[in-house]
Design a protein around this ligand. Structure first.
Ligand code: NAD
Length: 495
């Protein structure tokens, strides 16, 4: 008898160390963006499920997790890292089917995440306090204690990477978590529950509840049992969260959008700069917060760079994400596809010169998928919407400039401040310009160099707080100051 085919089923949430069916949730289709068809059916949590998850996280925080010595927590995180490494063959396809990321990119990311989890493990027993010198009558010291239950809410563009940065840091700090992945990419994150089991995490330390942002995401942010929200996503959602979380004065960390300048000076090695500028504008089909989407080019080489960009667009192999040879996959959803297509209209209406792309791809082998062409606009001014707003499509906007001052002025003329790149062979200029760029990461003669040990986060409207680096633990810790009198004498002020 032929095996029944159909969407894979993921009918359970991961709460309190158990796989449970939703009480008031539902089964929802997960769409493969490469085909536009459902590939999985996934349990979405309702509010009661979230309440259960928060309760489990609180109990674990008060109980075994809080009492576990830090070096044992570190050892557990190392086991988690190794269980994650072993699970890569099992989960990588789920990451690709949900998100549309390329298999080659997902393989690189997941491999790196093992190192990320090990890095966080290495920090778990180094949340050191200080002793503070006063006088002989007191002994004063600080201790760093976990903030409590964390709601980790993530987007869809790199699901396992975005949760890795939160999960690793929160567990290392001694917090417990309720994780809510994005609506369109719930599966690979849900499978982290299996890894938690294999690593032996106590029940309730990690809970995973896929679901709708406006419904259970909002419920989590307002929940009195949640102490902190760690969010990666759009600025509009972050602003809503601030209002929802105001009543309970929640702690927030935000990793938000970007519209990064990628500056090419005339003295740069143009071939290298082009390799970097094109891939950073089109990587993950333009669905990255760190995208170098504003390409600022010094006027003497502007026409040459524009022509190189146009030629490079024609060489990009767009195709199915599971194909090893593919270099650009689809947009993640119909909604994101529509958004990108709308910006092609906006670019036209604003009078930008379309050098390449600007259309949905119409190929029989990609029918139904959310594919668009790698796109290049020349003659862009920094006032145009295609230069100011985050598109999240593979769109490079080429903006000319004259000299350092104008480059810096245009680079900083944006509400965002996440990342920036610059290409020059003048060492002095590299220092002068990078020092004045308003962004959390500045890359010189390279781009998108993001690692576990390097703090990452935004200036301005690109975020609050940092992920990665030693700083990554700060948002998950409170500092307690303790003062112990050595005499035990208290004067009676009313004598
Ligand atoms: P989004 O804000 O729409 O959604 C992100 C998450 O928030 C999803 O899980 C969603 O369900 C949830 N959510 C939505 N409304 C909510 C609400 N009212 N309350 C609680 N949760 C809610 O963002 P998106 O479109 O999924 O992601 C794209 C954005 O993420 C872009 O702006 C991108 O730049 C940003 N991003 C930033 C980084 C970074 O590190 N800075 C990394 C990746 C993506």
């Amino acid at each position: 008898m032929a095996k029944a085919t159909g969407p894979e089923r993921f009918e359970h949430l991961y709460i309190n160390g158990e796989w449970v069916k939703p009480i008031d949730g539902a089964l929802v289709d997960s769409i493969d963006p490469a085909t536009g068809r459902p590939w999985a059916l996934v349990a979405f949590a309702g509010k009661q499920d979230v309440d259960r998850a928060v309760e489990a996280a609180r109990a674990a925080f008060r109980g075994p997790w809080r009492r576990m010595p830090a070096h044992e927590r570190a050892a557990m995180l190392r086991r988690f890292a190794e269980a994650f490494r072993e699970a890569i063959p099992e989960i990588i396809e789920h990451e690709v089917r949900d998100s549309g990321r390329l298999i080659v990119d997902a393989r690189a990311d997941l491999g790196a995440e093992v190192a990320w989890y090990h890095w966080f493990a290495s920090l778990a027993d180094k949340t050191l306090g200080t002793t503070v010198p006063m006088d002989d009558s007191v002994h004063c010291f600080t201790t760093r204690v976990p903030v409590g239950v964390v709601a980790a809410i993530t987007p869809w563009n790199a699901p396992l990477m975005t949760i890795c940065l939160k999960l690793g840091a929160a567990l290392a700090a001694g917090c417990t978590l309720v994780v809510k992945p994005a609506e369109t990419t719930p599966v690979s994150t849900l499978l982290l529950g299996r890894i938690a089991e294999r690593a032996g995490l106590p029940p309730g330390v990690l809970n995973i509840v896929p679901g709708h942002g406006h419904e259970i995401g909002d419920h989590l942010v307002g929940h009195p049992g949640v102490d902190k929200v760690s969010f990666t996503g759009s600025g509009a959602t972050a602003k809503r969260m601030l209002k929802t979380g105001a009543d309970s004065l929640k702690r927030f960390t935000f990793e938000l959008g970007g519209k990064a300048p990628h500056i090419i000076f005339a003295d740069a090695d143009l071939e290298q700069a082009l390799n970097s500028a094109t891939s950073s504008a089109w990587t993950n089909c333009g669905q990255s917060c760190a995208l170098g989407s504003r390409v600022l080019v010094e006027r003497p080489v502007y026409d040459r760079v524009a022509e190189m960009f146009r030629q490079r667009a024609a060489t990009v192999r767009v195709g199915m994400p599971m194909d090893e040879a593919t270099r650009m996959g689809p947009q993640n959803s119909q909604q994101q596809l529509d958004k990108t297509l709308s910006y092609f209209e906006i670019g036209r209406a604003e009078g930008a010169e379309l050098l390449a792309g600007g259309r949905r791809i119409d190929r029989p082998d990609l029918a139904g998928g959310y594919f668009v062409e790698p796109t290049v606009y020349a003659g862009v001014t920094n006032q145009m919407r295609i230069a100011r707003e985050e598109i999240f499509g593979p769109v490079a906007a080429l903006i000319p400039f004259d000299g350092e001052e104008e480059a810096i002025e245009i680079a900083n003329d944006t509400p965002f401040g996440l990342t920036a790149g610059l290409w020059t062979n003048d060492l002095g200029r590299a220092h002068r310009v990078s020092n004045r760029i308003e962004a959390g990461s500045v890359w010189v003669n390279t781009y998108r160099y993001v690692r576990w040990s390097l703090p990452y986060g935004g200036f301005k409207q690109s975020g609050w707080g940092r992920e990665n680096g030693i700083d990554a633990l700060d948002p998950y810790l409170e500092t307690r100051t303790t003062v112990i009198s050595t005499t035990g004498q208290a004067a009676n002020p009313y004598a």
